[in-house]
Design a protein around this ligand. Structure first.
Ligand SMILES: Cc1cc2nc3c(=O)[nH]c(=O)nc-3n(C[C@H](O)[C@H](O)[C@H](O)COP(=O)(O)O)c2cc1C
Length: 503
């Protein structure tokens, strides 16, 4: 027998043995009469708070109707309680009974014993080798599953078709607020075949009436930037798209969306909250809609809600991981764990959206090199979004001192700040970020830009701090940046970045 045959034998028999031992353990249980599928259904409900049928079906990756027949049996066997929520009788919740909790505990104990028994036969060094080998094999199999969904070219950035439009090179430039990504950068990206994204966040900061009439100033500047970008690329062959990033937490969100559509934006990208009402504000089916999410669950929620309420599905899904710049869609204490699970989350989201015909997945957060691009493609991404790398380009719209802050930054200067809007944010350390860790700097005026921010309690004004940096007053400002900003060591052109990432 050669090594291939031997390895194949070991893998097949390992799989069968674990399954058999698990089945036997469940069958021989003195206390419970359950099948392996039933045990896994109980484990998905878990001993904690009651869950909805949709939540449990999503975590088991089965339909709600399949789950319903399984739950009927478990209710009859008295392992599960099912009830309607008194405040909203349309919602059905399920929870484990005492017996259900006991069965899940018994099953968890069995798994712990199994692993401990295996480990007890090995010394520390052997345990580490076993862990690394199994991790690598498991990683390989996960990628195989993605190959089945994605086809045979998982490592190539293939042109991306969204209904009636094609993006020749599916590289998105992240929307970067307060003057970082405006018409010039977005047009340069679309000229190379990618998606150039104008950020609507406080885009009117240079308008004369910005402090007296922020809404009008922002809408005027937004429309002007979209028209300038579209005009700049109108005769370019094989061009990409001009998109607008509008934070769902923005005050006057609907009006910004309507203004972007009116000025001719090809796509609206929206995060900082789940953009549940986006299709209602857009109306036109021609404008592509892309929600930014941070988990497979959030993707499922958006898909179900948009389909039910607007009969419309997202044109693409954008997953932004915890290494991204700006406001992050994770709690600060979740950041490390979310990064450990980054590639698993890509696969989970890919599976979640696999049933939506033609809905590609774009992945963002910490992508800087061609190798980074290839890695996320291998895990199921169809396209990528980069923010940080595009800041140090000739075409980036921001003040030169902002770009210098990137070029001068060292790894230890990368910080996570607490934003007054209640989310963590990634930035480069400045005097200002040091100061607000120690004292409150009360906002002296407030233009009520983001709904979650309460100016009377806010530790500082995020808009003012970002504005200072955007105008070049770095030390009194916040320089948002992804975790890779310290890798910027030269100015580039957008075209050079496209060549580097796709060569
Ligand atoms: C300076 C800066 C400003 C940003 N502003 C926004 C924003 O206003 N809205 C948003 O959704 N994302 C914002 N982001 C996130 C980017 O759009 C992008 O998804 C992210 O930076 C990707 O990660 P990377 O920077 O590691 O490539 C910002 C990022 C940076 C670096």
């Amino acid at each position: 027998m050669n090594i291939t045959e031997k390895l194949n034998d070991i893998l097949v028999s390992l799989f069968n043995n674990v399954l058999k031992i698990e089945e036997d353990a469940i069958k021989n249980s003195s206390r419970h009469n359950l099948s392996i599928t039933e045990i896994h259904t109980l484990a998905a409900i878990g001993p904690g708070k009651a869950k909805t049928m949709t939540q449990v079906a999503a975590s088991l990756k089965i339909s709600v109707s399949t789950l319903t027949s399984a739950i009927n049996k478990l209710v009859n066997k008295k392992y599960v309680n099912r009830y309607r929520v008194p405040e909203d009788r349309r919602i059905v919740k399920i929870e484990l009974t005492e017996d259900g909790i006991d069965a899940v505990k018994e099953h968890d104990d069995f798994h712990k014993r199994l692993v401990n028994d295996v480990l007890s036969e090995l010394n520390e060094e052997e345990q580490a080798v076993l862990f690394q080998s199994l991790y690598a094999i498991n990683d390989f199999f996960k990628k195989q599953r993605i190959r089945v969904i994605k086809g045979d070219t998982p490592l190539k950035l293939m042109p991306m078709t969204l209904g009636d439009v094609t993006i020749p090179v599916p590289i998105f430039q992240g929307g970067m607020g307060i003057g970082v990504s405006l018409s010039r950068l977005s047009a340069a990206v679309a000229r190379c075949g990618g998606v150039g994204v104008i950020s609507a966040a406080q885009i009117g900061f240079l308008e004369p009436d910005f402090y007296t009439n922020p809404k009008e100033a922002n809408i005027r500047a937004l429309k002007r930037n979209i028209r300038e970008a579209k005009e700049a690329i109108k005769d370019v062959p094989n061009k990409g798209l001009i998109a607008v990033n509008i934070m769902y937490a923005s005050r006057n969100y609907d009006q910004f969306v309507e203004a972007a559509v009116e000025a001719g934006a090809d796509m609206i990208i929206s995060g900082a909250g789940l953009p549940m009402s986006l299709p209602g504000a857009v109306k036109s089916n021609k404008v592509k809609l892309v929600p930014i999410i941070s988990s497979a669950r959030a993707a499922g929620l958006i898909i179900r809600s948009w389909t039910k309420k607007y009969n419309r599905a997202p044109d693409a899904i954008l997953f932004e991981g915890p290494l991204a710049g700006g406001h992050l869609g994770f709690k600060e204490e979740q950041l490390d764990e979310a990064q450990e699970q980054f590639y698993d989350t890509i696969m989970e989201i890919k599976e979640e959206i696999a049933d939506l015909p033609g809905c590609p997945l774009i992945v963002a957060g910490g992508i800087y090199t061609k190798e980074d691009v290839q890695k996320v493609l291998a895990y199921g991404a169809d396209g990528v979004q980069l923010g940080t790398r595009f800041v140090t380009t000739e075409e980036c719209d921001v003040h030169p001192r902002f770009k210098e802050a990137y070029l001068n930054a060292k790894k230890e200067d990368m910080v996570v700040i607490k934003s007054p809007v209640g989310m963590p944010g990634r930035a480069i350390r400045t005097n200002f970020t040091e100061q607000v860790e120690k004292v409150r700097i009360p906002p002296n005026k407030c233009n009520r830009c983001l709904t979650p921010c309460k100016s009377n309690e806010a530790p500082y004004c995020i808009t003012q701090a970002l504005l200072n940096a955007a105008k070049g007053d770095i030390e009194n400002g916040i320089v948002f940046s992804g975790s890779n900003a310290y890798r910027s060591n030269k100015m580039e052109t957008v075209e050079e970045i496209f060549k580097d990432l796709t060569s």
